[in-house]
Every structure is written in C-alpha cells, then in structure tokens.
Ligand binder design. Structure first.
Ligand code: PMV
Length: 328
C-alpha cells in the first residue's frame, strides 16, 4: 500500500482517524461542513456599499470529506450532485472545486497526498439564493484545514472562499462567504466589515423554493445596467437594513416583518422579483406571515416568510407547499 501521507504529524493524525472513522469501507481522514445562508435585508444594495443583514441556516448544509483511497494514485473528486466523479487534475482550472483546492494549497503552501478522494455532498439547492457555492467552498476549506491541522479563523476562511465566489458570481459583494464563514448573523458592508450581530432569537422563518433558478451573475449585471437610475431605490433598501438591525435586536418580529414586506416591494421595483416570487410572498402574507420577501439575487430561487411562531410557520409552510413551492 502506498503511503499517502506527507509527514509524521499527519500520519499520526490519520492513524487515529483510521481507528475511529470509517464510511462505506473507506477511511475518513478529515471532514468539514458549512451551512446555507439567507439574506434578511439588503441583497443587491450591498453591491453598492449599503449594509446587508444575513443569517446562516444551520439545518441546510454542504459537507466535504477526505477519504483514503489506498489503491489509487489519484486525487479524486466525487461530487455526484454536480455530476463529477473524476481525478482532480482532469477538471478545468476554473472548476470551483478544483479552484478551492488550488487556492487553499497555494496560500497554505501545502501539497495534497495522492490516494485520496474528496467527496462533496450538499442539501443546499444550487442557483437558489441560499449560498450553495460558498457553502461547498467553505465545507471543503474546513475539511482541508482539518486534514492539514491548520486551524483557520472565520476571516481567513471567508477570504479564501471569496476568491471562489468571484468564479461563481463575477463581482460578488462577499456577503455569502462572510456569513457562512462567521456561522452567525452578520451586518455586512462590502470591502469594510462583517460585524457579528449578538442576537439570541430563533426566527420562525419559512424558506420556500420557487423551483425556478436564480442566475446571480445575470441579475446583478442587469441591476448594474439600471444604475444610477435606481440609486434611490438602492439607498432605501440600505435604510431598511439599518432599521432591520434595530428590529432584530429588540426582538420585534412584527416590525421585522413589515420591513421585509417593504424590502420585497423595493426589490420588485428594482425588477429582480418575478411572478412566482410575488405570488408566493403575497400568499404567505395573506395567510398571516408577518413579512415575506425573495432572498438572494432573485428572478427565481427562494422566498423567506417570517411568521409569528413555529406553529404558524408550519401552517404557512403547508399552504405554500400546496401552492407549488418547495419548502426547504
Ligand atoms: O443569489 P446569491 O445567494 O448569490 O446572493 C446574491 C446577493 C447579491 O446581493 C444579489 C449579490 C452580491 O454579490 O451581494
């Protein structure tokens, strides 16, 4: 059996894993996971320097596992949801999974051993405004940092993932990688800060997929074409985020809901909503949601509806599901 390990320190760590972790017969060397995210306020406006408020969605996750493949001389990638089961070096340079590995190894000055499989799996729908790309990148970065025993802080993880976000999204604000790396609610300002928000509040949110894909690059480019005509709208969205922080910190769900409705109205005026998103948000509000809006780039993807409590959230989720939405 060829040695796949790079130094004694690593070998020791892996041996201890060998005793404790096996999965489908393959030894699990290291793993990492990352949550989805939702933007409560401020999508699109964050691209123009306005604040955005985002929270992680810990129950929807992407996972990355590094397995030993002792009879192989490859570094293999197994990501069935995106149709990849191939050697890492056969993927195009700009493939986001390959790019994560390349950037990680370059920055950390490490080399991957051969005879391993990088397995990726995710519950997060792709192109749906829930940060699937950033979550996969961060899960993989965490797995690699565990493999090499290189602990990284959230800012370092976010910076690495941002490089990949540029491949996914062109000119992203960085809000997705920042909130997913932080694993807590953040107030985000592009190029300046991702400030954690200290709030102990379980929001009764229903997340519903329209089933239509949201193409972030195209929608962001369209909004840019409409700028500066839309500048006023953008600034108003920024103000909603500022008020949203106050409502969140004071646990005022009904104020929060009202601001979400206003945010949805402004996003519709910005031409980033669509018929399905309008229908689902209106239906949620008509049935008692405190507020509802699209989340992410829009023209597809998910809506979020804030409800008074968990029972109401269940009731409204059922109504939206019967109306054709996919409850996440
Ligand atoms: O669609 P998502 O989840 O990638 O969210 C994009 C958020 C935008 O504000 C529209 C773009 C950005 O880079 O912030």
């Amino acid at each position: 059996m060829r040695s796949i390990f790079m130094d004694n320190r690593m070998e020791n760590r892996i041996e201890s894993h060998m005793e404790s972790h096996t999965e489908n017969g393959a030894t699990l060397l290291a793993s990492g996971s990352a949550s989805a995210k939702t933007i409560l306020f401020g999508e699109h406006a964050v691209v123009y320097g306005e604040p955005g408020l985002a929270i992680p969605l810990p129950t929807l996750r992407a996972r990355a596992m590094v397995h030993a493949a002792p009879h192989s001389s490859d570094i293999r990638v197994h990501a069935p949801q995106v149709g990849i089961d191939a050697p890492l070096d056969s993927l195009p340079d700009m493939n986001p999974i390959r790019a994560v590995v390349t950037i990680f190894l370059e920055r950390m000055k490490r080399q991957l051993p051969t005879g391993i499989t990088l397995a990726i799996d995710s519950d997060i729908p792709v192109a749906a405004g829930l940060g699937s790309g950033a979550a996969v990148s961060i899960a993989l970065i965490r797995a690699l940092s565990a493999l090499f025993q290189l602990p990284l802080d959230p800012d370092e993880i976010s910076d690495l993932a941002y490089e990949i976000e540029k491949i996914h999204h062109g000119t992203p604000s960085g809000i997705d990688n920042a909130v997913i790396a932080a694993e807590r609610p953040i107030l985000f300002i592009k190029g300046k800060s991702a400030e954690p928000i200290d709030v102990q509040l379980d929001l009764p949110l229903v997340i519903v997929d329209s089933g239509e894909k949201s193409n972030t690059i195209d929608v962001v480019a369209d909004v840019r074409r409409g700028y500066p005509a839309n500048e006023k709208l953008i600034r108003r969205i920024g103000n909603l985020t500022r008020w949203g922080i106050d409502a969140l910190l004071s646990h005022d769900l009904s104020a929060l809901g009202g601001l979400m409705n206003e945010n949805q109205r402004l996003l519709t005026a910005l031409n980033v909503s669509n018929e399905t998103l309008n229908r689902l948000t209106a239906l949620a509000v008509a049935h008692g949601a405190l507020g509802a809006k699209l989340t992410g780039a829009g023209r597809g993807g998910n809506i979020i509806a804030l409800c008074a409590d968990a029972a109401d959230a269940q009731r409204i989720a059922k109504i939206l599901s019967e109306a054709g939405g996919i409850v996440r």
